[in-house]
Design a protein around this ligand. Structure first.
Ligand code: FMN
Length: 163
């Protein structure tokens, strides 16, 4: 059976999703299946302090997970936080972390959000393999997205051929 990759993500204004669809277009191979699995909530408005999820992707559906999210208020958005609270375990699965953010300095959100995601995933027994942030407003955005896709491709080529 081919390996199953799940892009489990939250995207409020669509930018994180665009990075993932770019990767999806580049990564077509018969060695694995790739699913874009969006966390959905009744109201994803970032101003609310509580959300009810209408779709929480199942970790068990995937062999490798890309967890992707925007940065909100220097940290992880409420929708992604609520989703991670609903996950019981990542059971030793490889997990790549991706955040997109606006501010030009990673210390204005990107770094904290990635660290918070890593802490949570590791507490749930996931193996964080690559952490990456894309500054959406940067003129180097395309290069950053390409670097991330290349890192993912690099991991996948080793992952598929070593089995
Ligand atoms: C409510 C809110 C809070 C945000 N807070 C931050 C922040 O603290 N740091 C940052 O760099 N960008 C921040 N941003 C910008 C988003 O992280 C950025 O535009 C991201 O790429 C949006 O991804 P999305 O389109 O997938 O939702 C914020 C955006 C919103 C809507």
């Amino acid at each position: 059976m081919s390996k199953r990759i799940g892009f489990i993500y939250h995207s409020y204004t669509g930018q994180t999703e665009k990075v993932l669809t770019t990767a999806e277009a580049r990564l077509k191979t018969k060695d694995y299946t790739l699913t874009l699995d969006q966390v959905r909530a009744v109201d994803a408005n970032p101003k609310v302090s509580e959300v009810t999820l209408t779709h929480a992707p199942k970790v068990d559906d995937y062999d490798l997970i890309v967890l992707a999210s925007p940065v909100h208020a220097f940290s992880v958005p409420i929708v992604m936080k609520t989703y991670l609270e609903s996950v019981s375990s990542f059971q030793g699965k490889p997990v790549m972390l991706l955040v997109t953010h606006h501010f030009p300095f990673k210390w204005l959100g990107g770094k904290q959000a990635l660290n918070a995601l890593q802490k949570k995933v590791e507490a749930l027994e996931g193996q964080v393999i690559i952490k990456h942030s894309v500054e959406w407003s940067s003129k180097h955005r395309e290069r950053e997205v390409n670097r991330w896709v290349e890192a993912l491709e690099g991991y996948l080529s080793g992952w598929v051929s070593h089995e």
